[in-house]
Design a protein around this ligand. Sequence first.
Ligand code: PRP
Ligand code: URA
Length: 242
Amino acid sequence: KSDSQAPSRPVGPEYRSTSQKPTATISTEISHPNVHILPQTPQLIALLTMIRDRNTGRADFIFYSNRIIRLLVEEGLNHLPVVEHTITTPVGRSYSGVKFEGKICGVSIMRAGESMEQGLRDCCRSVRIGKILIQRDEDTSKPKLYYDKLPEDIANRWVLLLDPMLATGGSALMAVEVLISRGVPEEHILFLNLIASPEGAAKFAERFPKLRVVTAFVDQGLDEKNYIVPGLGDFGDRFYTM
Ligand code: PRP
Ligand code: URA
């Protein structure tokens, strides 16, 4: 057989048939219409493979997480409203485009959510960023609210809520309750997340059906300590201290 007749080797997402793909390679699908999972491209899966690997050191963990965060922010921005905006190009032709409408701000759930602030700033220059410090109790997995500092006019802004991990969903639910108590309409909240558990994502999406979640991956589940599996371990520790 000549080379030109050899069957071409599948590449990209088709590198194996769906039935032969190892479990957890591609995100679990989820039936909630307000949960948007990033397209499962070979590039995204390669980035996720890097950050999930226990042998990936801190510098690479930060670098590859930042690349996924950038994808999440870019996709998240697609969910903000735009209005028609026509401009004239340097060659004198008109172009019927769009521009973003309304004010935005970021809110990070500390500590791990702060890792996503730079990605947001890279896309939205001088964006305002609020903070909510919520920590999960290591024994009970229950979230505790310690502190919040939010823009005064947050009720008039679209809020991009940032946290890379959605496990039981307790921390994110608590953060949204804080935002709603400050007058932010549920439908003006966009939760950007790297990895979610199916149960956490479902609980969150059902409790707040008008809010949108943009995530890179819905994993298999939770272990007995309520860590996401296969997951990536403790995101905050790997990004900030390990
Ligand atoms: C992690 C993570 C989320 C939360 C997810 O934070 O960043 O905020 O756990 O778990 P849940 O969905 O079960 O609430 P953690 O409280 O460990 O603090 P950290 O950001 O300082 O690592
Ligand atoms: N927080 C993390 O950082 N990882 C998990 O798997 C669950 C909560």
